[in-house]
Design a protein around this ligand. Structure first.
Ligand code: ZN
Length: 174
């Protein structure tokens, strides 16, 4: 996977991570309570880079985006935020899918209950959709119309082309 634009920063404890990273993420996307992992463009962390390192991790010239986590299983979700940030074409594909979904109000409500602010809803939608094992169950969506399936497959194709393997085990029903 060509993700050399992403700087992966792993912390030993949640407390350590929250203490260090919360202010950066709040600055980027607003306050979200109880984050379990973080993602933000590296320019938001400029003031925290010391001797070429951001916290415990070496920064390279290629790094445009950072993800922070304690547990490795959160990486696929956070990487999707980086991809969404980097690729305009992918953002467009995701938006087209989201707006075409009959049930997108349902999705909005679920993410809203998880306390995500409006400006990150579509970004979170794609991150859950392509990293959860059973995303359609997660979003309480039982079936998709044909057009949505087409848009969904375009997103999967895009991700696969750049080397990201989606986690989905279940396919939406026709
Ligand atoms: Zn997320």
């Amino acid at each position: 996977m060509n993700i050399d634009f992403v700087c992966n920063i792993r912390f030993d404890t949640q407390e350590d991570m929250t203490r260090n990273v919360d202010k950066i993420a709040n600055d980027y996307e607003g306050h979200i309570p109880f984050r379990i992992a973080y993602n933000f463009p590296i320019k938001y962390a400029t003031n925290f880079i010391q001797n070429g390192k951001l916290f415990n991790t070496e920064i390279s010239i290629k790094h445009e985006y950072c993800i922070c986590y304690v547990n490795k299983r959160d990486v696929p979700h956070e990487i999707l935020h980086a991809i969404y940030f980097k690729h305009e074409k992918y953002r467009h594909l995701v938006k087209t899918l989201y707006e075409n979904l009959e049930n997108n109000l349902k999705i909005y409500k679920i993410l809203n209950e998880l306390r995500y602010p409006d400006n990150v809803i579509i970004d979170e939608f794609q991150a859950y959709l392509f990293s959860e094992t059973n995303p359609w169950t997660f979003f309480k969506i039982k079936s998709l119309d044909k057009q949505s399936i087409k848009y969904y497959q375009k997103c999967v194709q895009f991700l696969s082309n750049i080397g990201y393997k989606t986690q989905n085990k279940s396919k939406p029903k026709l």
